[in-house]
Design a protein around this ligand. Sequence first.
Ligand code: SF4
Ligand code: SF4
Length: 315
Amino acid sequence: MQASSTSPPAFSWDDWYSSVGGRTIKIVEVDEILYQIREYQYPKFKGALNQQQTVFENIAKASEAVKQKAFALGADEVGIAEIEATDIYKGREVNEKYAIVVGQRMLWRSFQEVPSQESAIECLRIYFSLGEIVIALAAYIRSLGYACTVEHPIGDSDVLHIPLALKAGFGELGRHGSIIHPKMGPLFRLGSVITDMPLAIDHPIDAGIAAFCDNCKACRIYCPAKAIPDERSVEAGKDHLGNYRYKVDTGKCFPYFAKHNYCSACLPVCVYHHKEWAKDFEGFKTKLFPAVDMQEPPTPVDPDIHKHKYPKLNR
Ligand code: SF4
Ligand code: SF4
C-alpha cells in the first residue's frame, strides 16, 4: 500500500534542528543510548522466518497470543489497527495490513523537574526499551511463520505511530498534541510491528478526555514557549471523535525543545497523568506536580520544511 496524497511527508529531525539553530542538548547518557539504538538494535530488525506457519483457531486468538507476548516482553499497552494509506509517510510503501502498536510508560519520578537532563534520559531509556520489545515481538511473529517489519519508536519509520495508536484504542489526543491514555496519561512512548498475520483489530475509544481538555488548560499555562493553543483549529482537521484538533505551534515548540533537554513540560503537568502517579512511588519520593523551569523562549521560527500533519481519521 502506498501513502495517500494526504499522507504526511517523513519528518526530518536533522533539517528541523539545523533550521532552528541546531540541537544544543549535550547529554552523555542520551548520546550513548542513541549510539546503542543505532549500532546494537538496528541490525536486529531482520531475522529468519519459520516456514511452518502456526494456524490459530480464529483471528481473536491470534491477536490474544500476540498481545500476551507483547505484555510478557514488558509492554504497558498493546493495540492492533489496520493500516490505511494516510498512516504511511509520503514516499514510503507498506505492504503489511496490520500494525501492532506497543506503548511503554515513562517514570513519573524522572519528570519531577522539567525540562531536565533526567527527563531527557528517561525519554531515550524508553525508546531503547521499546526498541527491545518490538524487536523481540517481531522475532516471535516470525517464529509463528508470519513476515513482519519493525517500526522503531525513533528512526526511519514508515508509519505514523500516533494515528495508528488512536485507532488501536490507546486513548484520545490531548490539547498538547500527545495521546492521553485513560490510565497511563500522556507519559508514554510508542513503537510498532507491522505484519500481514491475520489479526482482530481494536477500535478507537471515547473516554471523555478530549471533552475534558476543552475546560483544562494546564499544559497551555505551563508551556514555556506558548506553543499550545487556546482553541481547536479547523485547519488541523478532525480526530476520530469528530472534534477539530488542537494545533500545537511547532515553530514555537521545537526551538525551545531543541535548546532545553527536549522540554516535555506539557506531559507531566497534564492533569490526566496524576491518576496514575501514585503507582510510581515504589519507595521513591515524588511530588504531585512537577517543577517547571520556564525560560524565555527563543524567537519563534517556522522553517519552510515539512511538518507532521495528521490526516483526518475516517471513523
Ligand atoms: S514540549 Fe515544551 S515547548 Fe513544546 S509544547 Fe510541550 S511544553 Fe510547550
Ligand atoms: S493538561 Fe489539561 S488541557 Fe492539557 S492535555 Fe492535559 S488534560 Fe488536556
